[in-house]
Structures are given as structure tokens and as C-alpha cells.
Write a protein that binds this ligand. Structure first.
Ligand SMILES: [Ca+2]
Ligand SMILES: [Ca+2]
Length: 495
């Protein structure tokens, strides 16, 4: 009997981390958030004290990039652990569960649920919030969900003048609501529900709780107090180069050929540039405050030391740079995202300059929590960088926007190759704004050859039912097609 007890005790001692001892995960997504975050330095005036504090106690990746510069494909890639070039999901549709190959694919939260975690989510985690329709009897994306989020209260009519390409209702920004009350905003409610989930989480089970914030996605409305953080003059505008697109290929325009997001020309002519920039920054600061509410709750609930916090944005956003507003580009402004990881197993106060991908989050969380490894994930765990930020990563960050168009971002360079073979190359140390395309300089031939090796080997056409922001290219006919309509070769670029 004694021997059996001794055996039992020794078994217990070597048993891998018991489920209840595994760290919790707080998973925070911010929609359309570029690197205009205080410590990331994308905008010198950006005020995000709570996100910066999170970065201080964790590791922040200053060279992190999405796998696709658009909501649905970026989020699908992160949550499946697969590149858009593998799944063929490049547009706002389809919802991946409608494709037979991914109907039963175990997503990141499902993997944690199947390993003993309580999973809960609200707001925008998937492009369809907390998930879309699942196959009968298939597990949901999260066990507990609340359909909250989005912009929340909106004015009766748009604040800004009618915008080109159909005056889309989302193309709006400014001070709203006027009574300075934030509690009617979708993101405020997302934070409040998440706080309740953290407080009421069982003590004998680890949690994976996800909060998906909508702002600063358009329409970017914020109350006056967030605007007051920023000067109402032109010092707020990002630095741009006039005629910056003179040295970018015509094909670069095809990636955002015809969209409701206004071009810089319209923004300037309608005196909306400063308003848009301030609105975006005001929304960023408001969301930062909601992140702060969540972090305070971790402390108050006594779980901060045993919770891994991951904060990420799904892609960047242009606010006049390269003559446009919005997403759908392969430059840093369109691909670079905040990515911060803090908590057990992560060294604090680190800034990592190594290229990182949102795709890496899935394997990273598996490694940090000690769950069994999963095959077929295309990301690479960031755990080595979370211990020592200077640890080299051989693979650059790769972003794809529809089949054949890829951006390759290494520590020093950005290389872009479009489906028609046209190219861009930027020296990101000397030219961080990507103003001078040096792809045609003979001395860079070796650099281009090195980066070309990383173009995806698997690069499938759009999946069935693909729609919205789909670009295809017929090489034999040299014909590009945007959202089902052929783009005539010499037609002027839409303004
Ligand atoms: Ca987005
Ligand atoms: Ca240029």
C-alpha cells in the first residue's frame, strides 16, 4: 500500500501541468488598428497609455504584419493558423465553415476548449463577430458568446459630406454622441461583458476570453473628450510625399481599385483630412481606455500573474499615405499591426524588431500554455522572442492580397510582387515611409532574389463564393478583374 501511495505521489509530481494550473488567456482584437499606438511610434501624438503599459510588462513586436490586409482573410488566417494563399479566402466572403475543407477545422479557441479551457467571446473576433453558422452538431467557435460590439449609437445622418462610390454609410467620422457619454458605444459594452466574464470565471478551470473591439474602424465616432487629446490643427496630419505613386506600378492601384474609402484628393477637397485623422486617433484612445478597463479587472480579480494577454490588430489603415484612405495595400501602412504578448513565460519591457506574423499567435499560445503541439499550423511560435527579443527569425513576414500579390517584409526591406510581375522594393531603415521604390536599381538584384524565395509556394485562386475586394489576373490575356469586372488597360485610376 505504501509503495502504491509513493508511486501515486511520484506520478503526480511528474504529471504535466494540470488543467487548472495552465495560464488563462485574454485575447484582445482591435479592428483596423494600424501602428498609431504610443510606443509603436507610427504617429508621434498617439495617446494609448494602457496599451503602452501592457507593452511594458510584456513583449511588443514592432515589425508584426497581418497575412492579408482585410478583415475576413486576416482573421480567418489567424484563427485557422493557415495562410490566405492556402485557403483561398481573400475577400469578405466566404465564411470559412461553408467550405468542406474547413467545416470541421479546429480553430484556435476550439483547440483551447478541447483542452479543458473555458472559452468566451464578444465583439469582433471573426469577421462575423463571435462566429457564423456551423455544421450541425459541430462545436461553436466559443462556448459562451454575447452578440455585442460594432459602432453602437450613430447620428441620424452622416456627419461628413456624401462620399464617392455610393456614399457608403460607414464612411463617416467625427464627434458622436454629443453628450460625452461613452456607455452606448459597442466597444464600451464589449469591455463591460468581458469584465463580467473575467470576474465570474471558475477558479478550477483556465479561461480563454476574447474581446473584439470595433473602433477605430469606420465610421470612427468618438466623444469630445477623446478629440480634446489631439490638436485641432495641421500638426496632426501624417507626413506624405506628393506624387508618391509615380514610382509604384499601375497594378498597385488594382488592389484597391474601386472602393467606398475616399482617396486623399477627395479628403483634401472636402476639408476632411484633419477631421479623419483626429477621429481615428480619438477612437484609438477610446479603445485604449477600454483595454485599460480589462487590464484593471485582471489585477482586481487576482489573475493578472496567471493570465497571458495577447493584443493584436487585424491589419493597418492608410490616412492619406500613398494617396488613399483605408486598407487593401501591401505597404507597411496597410500590413503593420500592433502585436503585444504579456504574462507568464514572457519577458517584460521588450521591443522585438524581428518580423512576426499574426499567423504565429496560434502556435505561440500552444507553446506558452503547454498544450500538445498541433500539426499543419503555418505559423512559427514566437516563444523564443518572448524570452529574448533579439533571437533571430529567419522567415520574413508575408502578406497576400488576392492570388499572386505578396509583400515580403524582412528586418530591413519590404519587397512587393504583383500578379503581373511588377515589383517594389523599399529600404525600410533609410526610407521608413516607403517613398522611393528602388526595385529597378541593379545593386538590389540580390536582395530581390533573396526576398523572392519567400513568395508563397502554395498560392491558390479564390475559394468558391469569394466576394468583395476580390482581384483576379489572367496572365495569358494580361487582364486584371476587380470584383467581377474587367479593368480596361488604359482607363484612368478612379478617384
Ligand atoms: Ca479590419
Ligand atoms: Ca514613391
Amino acid at each position: 500500500m505504501k509503495m502504491i501511495r509513493a508511486l501515486l505521489i511520484s506520478c503526480l509530481l511528474v504529471t504535466p501541468t494540470l488543467s487548472a494550473e495552465r495560464p488563462n488567456i485574454l485575447f484582445i482584437a482591435i479592428d483596423d488598428q494600424n501602428d498609431w499606438i504610443g510606443h509603436l511610434g507610427g504617429h508621434p501624438m498617439a495617446k494609448t497609455p494602457h496599451i503602452d503599459k501592457l507593452a511594458e510588462r510584456g513583449t511588443s513586436f514592432l515589425n508584426a504584419h497581418c497575412q492579408s490586409p482585410l478583415c475576413n482573410p486576416s482573421r480567418t488566417s489567424l484563427l485557422l493558423g493557415l495562410r490566405p494563399t492556402t485557403t483561398g479566402i481573400y475577400g469578405l466572403a466566404p465564411w470559412f465553415r461553408t467550405l468542406p475543407a474547413y467545416r470541421d477545422h479546429v480553430t484556435l479557441p476550439q483547440y483551447f476548449a478541447s483542452n479543458g479551457y473555458l472559452t468566451a467571446a464578444t465583439g469582433k473576433i471573426y469577421h462575423l463577430g463571435t462566429g457564423g453558422p456551423n455544421a450541425p452538431h459541430a462545436p461553436r467557435e466559443f462556448e459562451r458568446i454575447a452578440k455585442l460590439g460594432g459602432v453602437g449609437t450613430v447620428p441620424l445622418k452622416k456627419i461628413i459630406p456624401a462620399t464617392p462610390m455610393g456614399n457608403h454609410p460607414a464612411m463617416d467620422w467625427g464627434v458622436w454622441p454629443l453628450d460625452n457619454d461613452d456607455t452606448g458605444k459597442g466597444d464600451y459594452k464589449v469591455a463591460s461583458w468581458t469584465i463580467e466574464q473575467i470576474k465570474s470565471a471558475p477558479k478550477d478551470q483556465p479561461f480563454f476570453i476574447a474581446a473584439g473591439f470595433f473602433l477605430p474602424h469606420v465610421p470612427c465616432y468618438a466623444t469630445q473628450k477623446w478629440f480634446d487629446l489631439y490638436p485641432d490643427d495641421d500638426s496632426i496630419l501624417p507626413k506624405i510625399l506628393e506624387n508618391d505613386r509615380e514610382d509604384t506600378p499601375r497594378f498597385s492601384w488594382y488592389l484597391h481599385w474601386s472602393l467606398p474609402e475616399p482617396r486623399l484628393k477627395w479628403i483634401k477637397e472636402n476639408n476632411q483630412w484633419r477631421n479623419l485623422v483626429r477621429s481615428y486617433l480619438a477612437c484609438t484612445s477610446f479603445v485604449d481606455a477600454q483595454v485599460g478597463r480589462l487590464l484593471t479587472t485582471l489585477d482586481e480579480a487576482g489573475v493578472a500573474d496567471n493570465t497571458i494577454v495577447v493584443l493584436w490588430g487585424d491589419h493597418g489603415w492608410h490616412l492619406g499615405e500613398k494617396g488613399i484612405t483605408g486598407k487593401n495595400t501591401l505597404w507597411d501602412r496597410g500590413t503593420k499591426v500592433p502585436l503585444i504578448i504579456a504574462g507568464p513565460g514572457v519577458k517584460g519591457g521588450q521591443r522585438c524588431m524581428q518580423p512576426a506574423e499574426l499567423l504565429d499567435i496560434y502556435p505561440t499560445l500552444i507553446e506558452l500554455t503547454g498544450l500538445p503541439k498541433r500539426d499543419l499550423l503555418e505559423g512559427i511560435s514566437l516563444a523564443p522572442q518572448l524570452r529574448d527579443a533579439s533571437t533571430k527569425r529567419t522567415r520574413p513576414a508575408i502578406t497576400s492580397h488576392n492570388q499572386g500579390n505578396h509583400g515580403i517584409r524582412s528586418e530591413k526591406w519590404r519587397y512587393i510582387r504583383y500578379a503581373d510581375g511588377s515589383e517594389e522594393l523599399y529600404d525600410m531603415i533609410k526610407d521608413p515611409n516607403e517613398w522611393q521604390n528602388v526595385a529597378s536599381f541593379p545593386e538590389h538584384a540580390t536582395i530581390i532574389a533573396e526576398h523572392k524565395q519567400w513568395l508563397p509556394k502554395v498560392d491558390v485562386p479564390p475559394a468558391p463564393q469569394s466576394a468583395n475586394r476580390i482581384l483576379t489576373y489572367d496572365k495569358a490575356k494580361n487582364q486584371a478583374t476587380w470584383e467581377g469586372k474587367a479593368i480596361p488597360a488604359k482607363t484612368p485610376i478612379p478617384e
